[in-house]
Design a protein around this ligand. Structure first.
Ligand SMILES: *Cc1c(COP(=O)(O)O)cnc(C)c1O
Length: 368
């Protein structure tokens, strides 16, 4: 196997799920496993976690099909925007459609009618994200139409928070979105109609807006043990499950004045040992981190130096005798996704989801 790999602690993911469950009480849980399970590897994560979850959530219908191919039997919600031409796939693979427009809803109903099949849908209400979904002020017509669709089972209704990590206001944007959503739900109460399953919360909502937990929550980043923002007060006992490791592939002494890598962006001030790590920006070790990142070798932290290349980068270890084959930790083991995000000028989500398919995933901690 490649010396550069991602170690994924499945047992930790299960603990994270348990911690979230304890926090949300009776609400069902739908971990989001889109984007290759936030980089953790869908093939390892989904089958392991399936027995402990109520639903699995993805963004794309293609991701949902991949889950079915992996043998997943639990309900799968496709949360992202869907094109009408993709609708047959939902029937074929028993997937839950996010009905995000009147057109999509009607097209799904027509397809159900013409093929004499039924489809489960969750209605998507846009309360302030302006992405996909029907605005709360146009929801009544949407819901009425859905009630007339005899080939669709409206199992759920949901919205998505745009600023769930923000708490520094008397009326937060998230609570305003919740209020708009509740107004939409009032239609069911007013008309004594059975209430579909209601869900609102991503990780930020789970932490900051307990009154929005409702019938189900949709943890993404928090399930992977990472907080969705830096100033979150509520703490849940989750921990990261990823360790990104490699091995020193080359070790040499560099003389003072010699510069390292493309563009000569770093120069040795004094004699130092430079070691090469066989991992680069094509693996998701962002080029933007050049001269800012650090790694851990033999329990000690060292600076990454010189331009990060496509497949390799260099580390200055000073006078330490670091040998070829020594283990290098790029993430985990004292280096957080937050740090990588800061070095790159991005967020933890992008750091994790960008670890490329070229990096093998190794699963540990699974009960056999
Ligand atoms: C990705 C996603 C989530 C999870 O978001 P996190 O911030 O990672 O918790 C929840 N709901 C929907 C609809 C999503 O697309």
């Amino acid at each position: 196997m490649r010396p550069t790999y991602l170690e994924v602690n499945l047992e930790q993911l299960k603990k994270n799920l348990e911690a979230i469950r304890a926090h949300v009480g009776k609400a069902k849980i739908m971990p989001m496993v889109k984007a290759n399970a936030y980089g953790h590897g869908i093939e390892g994560v989904a089958p392991f976690i399936e027995p402990y979850v109520d639903y699995l959530g993805v963004a794309l219908v293609e991701e949902a099909i991949q889950l079915r191919m992996l043998g997943i039997k639990k309900p799968i919600l496709v949360a992202g925007g869907t094109l009408i031409e993709q609708l047959p796939l939902f029937f074929e693979h028993d997937l839950i459609l996010t009905a995000s427009s009147l057109d999509l809803l009607t097209a799904a109903e027509q397809l159900g009618e013409s093929t004499r099949q039924r489809l489960k849908v969750h209605l998507k209400i846009d309360t302030g994200m302006e992405r996909v979904g029907v605005h709360e002020y146009e929801a009544e017509k949407f819901i009425k139409t859905s009630l007339a669709c005899s080939h669709l089972g409206v199992e759920g209704i949901y919205t998505h928070l745009a600023n769930s990590e923000q708490t520094n206001a008397s009326v937060t944007p998230a609570s305003l979105q919740l209020e708009r959503f509740q107004e939409v739900l009032h239609f069911y109460e007013k008309n004594s109609l059975p209430m579909p399953m209601r869900h609102v919360c991503n990780s930020g909502g789970i932490l900051n807006l307990p009154e929005a937990h409702l019938d189900m929550v949709r943890p993404g980043v928090l399930f992977y043990g990472v907080y969705p923002g830096r100033d979150i007060q509520t703490k849940i006992d989750v921990k990261p499950a990823l360790t990104w490791k490699s091995k020193v592939a080359y070790s040499k002494v560099t003389l003072p004045g010699r510069s390292v890598s493309y563009g000569s962006l770093w120069q040795a001030g004094a004699q130092t040992r430079i070691v090469t790590v066989p991992c680069g920006y094509a693996d998701g070790y962002f080029r933007r981190m050049t001269n800012q990142a650090r790694v851990v070798i033999n329990g000690k932290s060292y600076p990454q130096v010189g331009r990060i290349c496509m497949d390799q980068f260099m580390v200055s270890v000073g006078d330490d005798d670091v040998k070829v084959g020594s283990e290098v930790t790029l993430l985990g083991g004292g280096i957080t996704a937050e740090e990588l995000a800061d070095w790159t000028g991005t967020n933890e989500y992008e750091v994790m989801t960008n670890i490329s398919a070229r990096v093998p995933r190794v699963y540990i901690g699974a009960v056999q």
